[in-house]
Design a protein around this ligand. Structure first.
Ligand code: FDA
Length: 452
């Protein structure tokens, strides 16, 4: 068992932990980053599957994500636009596929009016929310004790309008059923991206990708840290007191003055804290849970949908794959589609065999793009739910009522332990941008002497 001593031990080599470690090193502090997996990046993972380079986790960058954009620029990475020329496709309640352009789905004039009116109301509510302090809004308790679905259904009895409004923060973001989280949680999700309108605008929220994949961000951040990143070191125990911490991993022990716990909050309870964390943390962490989404890649010998004038962008709250996009790599002759299957649909699919799952998902994609979608040359499902060191996707959110009850305490340090990850962010919440912001914040707190 190796034993080392550093100023700060960082647990988790995702975007949050590696950002914090780099900031601390630049400020002259010594660090050790302990990572459970045999790779860095956490929920950022670019891999080659059957000859196709696929981004299995996070990949898109939106214009509001300043922290991520700064990091990408600082690391010298190049970005490219998501392909978006041509028509989008919407599948309506009767299963009919319709082409459309712009942001509004091709629904009836009355449904369009209802969607517009509620979107305007939501944008006004979101404008009042400070993403770093959603719990401080005067109506936080009221908005946190009604589910997103129930609130929407109080606004209108137009089911198609409700489903289309609901899925922007439901299936597409928190990846939980819309009865399982609150209106306030939904408003936070929208506030973290600037407005509700931003979230529903695919051209905004899914704007750019990094050439070679977004995992290069953590890979390059880790490269700068060199031998201070230790892989295959799941931290099992953290002993802590006001004097410092001892992090005990499988093959090594790190003594430090401070710790940054940069792992998803659903994994905190995998670690034995000695002494145990305070009662508040024990309770609070039980009210945070991961969403669940399957990200599906289908690669074809060419982007055949472009020949039909389709952009590849497709939505339907009635389809198994509720959204899908052209995900062709930069400079690639082959065409790649990416589809998402969320929450209860994902549960149902994992009760089937792999062959049945594939058939059902490709059938759903064919409703958008035609029968050719059923014959990819490469097919892959990212299943983050089965990843021991993540356990879901994209990130964690509070259950009904949890955000106003515990939100103010989420990032509060415990002794020498600070918490950082995308799941705790305000701006950039659930995104890499939020992870970077949280990494910066935890590092700044230590550098500025919060507890040194
Ligand atoms: P992250 O989970 O990445 O890192 C934590 C690290 O801690 C992991 O490496 C883990 O192995 C390690 N760890 C856990 N327990 C440990 C222990 N006990 N000891 C040591 N190490 C431990 N975002 C975005 O901006 N654009 C997008 O398009 C998408 N899309 C997307 C798709 C999919 C499928 C996923 C899963 C996620 C996204 N996201 C995204 C979200 C984004 O990827 C995510 O928010 C951040 O990468 C999270 O970074 P963190 O550093 O906060 O946690």
């Amino acid at each position: 068992m190796t034993e080392i001593t550093r100023d700060v031990v960082i647990i988790g080599a995702g975007a949050a932990g590696l950002t914090a470690a780099n900031r601390l090193r630049t400020a002259g502090l010594s660090v050790a980053v302990l990572e459970a997996r045999d790779r860095v990046g956490g929920r950022l993972w670019t891999d080659v599957i059957d000859g196709a380079m696929l981004e299995l986790g996070g990949q898109w960058v939106s214009p509001d994500q300043d922290a991520l954009k700064e990091t990408i620029a600082e690391l010298g990475l190049e970005t490219f636009d998501r392909y978006r020329e041509g028509d989008s496709v919407y599948v309506g309640p009767d299963g009919t596929a319709s082409r459309f352009t712009g942001e509004m789905f091709p629904v009836s004039a009355e449904t369009e009016r209802v969607i517009d009116e509620i979107t305007r109301r939501l944008d006004e509510m979101v404008a009042e929310i400070d993403p770093d302090r959603p719990y401080a809004h005067p109506k936080a308790a009221e908005w946190d004790t009604i589910s997103w679905d129930a609130w929407l259904r109080q606004q209108t009895d137009d089911d198609e309008a409700v489903r289309n409004l609901a899925f922007a923060t439901g299936s597409a973001m928190l990846t939980k059923p819309t009865h399982a989280f609150s209106l306030l949680q939904s408003l936070l999700m929208a506030a973290s991206a600037g407005s509700y309108s931003h979230l529903v605008d695919a051209d905004f929220i899914l704007d750019k990708r990094v050439v070679g994949g977004l995992q290069q961000v953590p890979l390059l951040l880790a490269e700068r840290l060199g031998d201070d990143v230790f892989l295959n070191q799941p931290v099992r125990t953290i002993e802590w007191s006001d004097a410092g911490v001892t992090a005990i991993a499988d093959g090594m022990t790190v003594r430090a003055r401070h710790a940054i716990l940069a792992v998803a909050p659903v994994l905190y309870n995998r670690i034995s804290f000695v002494p145990p964390l305070p009662r508040l943390q024990h309770q609070m962490h039980q009210h945070l849970s991961m969403g669940f989404v399957i990200k599906v890649h289908a690669v074809y010998d060419r982007p055949f949908w472009r020949e039909a004038g389709l952009s590849g962008t497709a939505f339907s709250p009635y389809e198994l794959s509720h959204e899908a996009y052209d995900n062709t790599n930069h400079g690639d002759e082959r065409g790649t589609l990416v589809g998402f299957v969320s929450d209860r649909n994902a549960d149902d699919l994992f009760r089937l065999s792999a062959a049945e799952r594939r058939e059902r998902i490709l059938e759903s994609l064919s409703h958008y793009y035609g029968p050719e979608a059923k014959n990819p040359v490469v097919y892959y499902e990212s299943d983050w739910g089965s990843e021991e060191w993540t356990r879901g996707a994209y990130a964690a959110s509070f259950d009904l009522g949890g955000l106003h009850r515990y939100g103010a305490d989420l990032r509060t340090p415990v002794g020498p332990i600070r918490f950082a990850c995308s799941d705790l962010a305000g701006a950039g919440y659930q995104h890499v941008d939020g992870a970077i912001r949280m990494g910066r914040l935890a590092a700044a707190d230590i550098i500025e002497g919060g507890r040194s």
